[in-house]
Design a protein around this ligand. Sequence first.
Ligand code: SF4
Length: 512
Amino acid sequence: MAVSLDIAALRACRPEGVHLAATQGDGLGCHAGKDAMRAAAEAASGESGIAETLEQFRKDYPAGPHDQPQSMCPAFGSLRVGLRMRRTATILSGSACCVYGLTFTSHFYGARRSVGYVPFNSETLVTGKLFEDIREAVHASAKPEDYDAIVVINLCVPTASGVPLRLLPKQIDGVRVIGIDVPGFGVPTHAEAKDVLAGAMLKFARTEAEQGPVQAPRNGRSERPAVALLGEMFPADPVVIGGLLEPLGLGAGPVVPTREWRELYGALDAAAVAAIHPFYTASIREFEAAGRPIIGSAPVGHDGTADWLAAIGNACGVPRETVAAAQNRLLPAIRGALAAMPVKGRITLSGYEGSELLVARLLVESGAEVPYVGTACPRTPWSEPDRVWLEERGVEIRYRASLEDDLAAFHAFRPDLAIGTTPVVQKAKESGTPALYFTNLISARPLMGAAGAGSLAKVVNAALANKPRFDAMRAFFEGVGTGHAAGVWQEVPQRKASPKAEALKKPIGEMA
Ligand code: SF4
């Protein structure tokens, strides 16, 4: 029997607690023990190869200082990447409650596709019938007139049970079949789960390209050498980056994760790869195997753009004078945009998109005081230039930051504006501090070049200017109580401890 799962639980999903039964039925997933789930997966490994997959995850997505920052179900990242691709079907294999939450979230974020689902029960899981059902679903869906690829995603329970997606056929009538394990006990964030699918697709496409001719890009090959862009970004950003690359004699190539299978070949064919988001480790491994140089950081603000142009020029063999001419042409406009829209105030910043350090750079260059940046993503070589730049300016950076880290920073630095995840924003607003939700309001804006400088400052300044409204609201509601005592009372209600909390207070021997 599946348990129901609300969206809040899904967003804060962390496989903690202990419940080995989660691996034996359509069960508890999020509430199951992470270590127990992992041990079960390794024990069940066999044909599924999950032990090797988990080992690769440990290398690609290092944990610590927190094992798993609070964020939504990691599988959402892979699901979203699949759903955004043309001619691609996505099928989930997992507990009904997980699938319910994941499909709900997908449609909440505007997916216009159906999500395939192969249900299971204890019997089909234990007898191996589930794998047969998945294979049947893949065969039924593999219609070359409709699809280039079918993505099958094993969620926690089928992964822990060793359902061997690697035994699925690689192609059916020319439709590629990509089976991936994306367990919450192996992939720390939904950001990194995007990389799990993007990396698997790049590997497949690279193998195809090595074996013979592949489909050309939809609009033909670009005349200029292209720079592929790694990371989901605001639609205007690749256009702005194209403008920055043009004086170097280069163009902006496909954005990975791609929107279409054939773009994968174009990305692999690029002269270099810009790791705009720095956590795409599996994808970078494929690009490196294809012999492509990788450039970290991004063209944000004045210094970031200057350094990025130099690094791209160096990787693509552009003469120094050409790079210097491009810098002289482009940088004054960025400096002008930063000066025209200054940001005054202290801002703490946290998120789980992977672009947190870039946003912090832009804020600092705009004049803001940024004492703290928390990111759910790990430290990687591709964000090192940003770390160095920020730390030189006194910014404290916390990788794999937990909600507790972000809240502690909020309380310690008492910012004028908190940019963060939903619970951070909620806490800040409760205490009368303006706050902006990183995912919807910051990462959904242009960041690159002069466009980024102007756009970010606009939303941040509007939020900072809201302080008097928060003060007025707090004054208006002064004395109405909070939490269980919220409201106007003749007798303020007293909090009663729940029976569960009472039971937990008792020594173990006294428990029934
Ligand atoms: S797939 Fe795993 S991490 Fe995601 S909601 Fe289900 S149990 Fe939680």
